[in-house]
Write a protein that binds this ligand. Structure first.
Ligand SMILES: [Zn+2]
Length: 295
């Protein structure tokens, strides 16, 4: 994908704790410190709380100013790349919603490393990239790009673009009210039945990622096509590598279809491809599709 120098999204919340740019020796102060104690003290004084308990919860490390580590050139690149992808997703979905007479609220991309607090609860990198409907943020630990290449054999920038587009697909579902409808079924269905809705939800996010890829195919930057040869294949390989059957087979050596929550490799690949073929809302109705395999 051609992306260097292209427009970046402004909806980025970088919580990796590393400073922007490559400073020779980090000199940005962050974290707790005396200011935090004063603010907490004021809050507690006004709320009539016991201040000593607040102060004792501040560990010594919180009292010491921490120095931000300069980030590697590779990390700077990854952030820029994802920001460019995110900006293209904003353009695409903004237009799609406008054409459908709907308004689109843009999500925020949160970069984190290790663990993160979200409106959906605390999370670690182990869960992979995810979307939280509660705060409408996409959460991404950029080390996932290494995992994609090593654990899933899905290298290339467009594999990552597909993952980001899939998560934004969940945001689109949230905006359209689909997530809420599916969530409402949770208490009414058995786990096995609910999982089937989950699968349809995930496959629709794959379809939306494909729809975005079709849009990107028609875009240029500095007079050159943005999509490069092999990009779509990278996305298809990624979709294929994170199918439930493939993951279960790898983890336990056998498959349990009732436990599928994202769809098989074949289904994920096919729904992405379908999105790439049609690029509209109509053809992405996974909830009423007779055959999820799309054979
Ligand atoms: Zn998903």
């Amino acid at each position: 994908m051609r992306w260097r120098g292209d427009k970046q999204s402004k909806n980025i919340d970088d919580r990796t704790g590393s400073s922007g740019g490559s400073l020779p020796s980090g000199n940005l102060i962050k974290g707790g410190g005396i200011g935090t104690i004063i603010v907490l003290a004021l809050v507690f004084l006004f709320s009539g709380g016991d201040l000593s308990s607040v102060l004792s919860t501040l560990s010594p490390s919180n009292d010491m100013p921490t120095v931000a580590q300069p980030q590697s050139e590779e990390m700077v690149e990854r952030k820029e790349f994802v920001s460019v992808v995110f900006a293209h997703l904003e353009d695409f979905w903004g237009t799609e919603f406008a054409e459908a007479g709907k308004s689109y609220q843009q999500p925020t991309m949160v970069f984190f490393s290790g663990n993160v607090q979200t409106a959906c609860g605390p999370a670690t990198s182990a869960v992979g990239p995810f979307y939280c409907p509660g705060d409408q943020d996409v959460y991404l630990d950029l080390s996932f790009m290494d995992e994609l290449a090593t654990d899933f054999d899905a290298s290339g920038d467009f594999a990552m673009a597909y993952v980001v587009a899939h998560e934004v697909g969940h945001h689109v579902q949230q905006q359209l009210g689909v997530s809420k409808q599916v969530q409402a079924l949770r208490s009414k269905l058995s786990e096995k039945e609910y999982n089937q809705y989950q699968v349809r939800m995930e496959l629709q996010a794959d379809y939306y990622a494909g729809a975005w890829a079709k849009y990107i195919e028609g875009q240029t930057f500095e007079g050159q096509p943005i999509l490069e040869i092999g990009d779509i294949d990278e996305a298809l390989v990624a979709a294929n590598s994170i199918g439930d059957d493939t993951l279960q087979m790898k983890a336990q050596g056998y498959v349990v279809p009732e436990r599928y929550t994202h769809g098989t490799s074949q289904q994920r690949k096919n729904w992405f491809a379908r999105g790439y073929q049609y690029g509209d809302f109509q053809h992405g109705d996974t909830f009423n599709a007779q055959d999820l395999d799309l054979k």
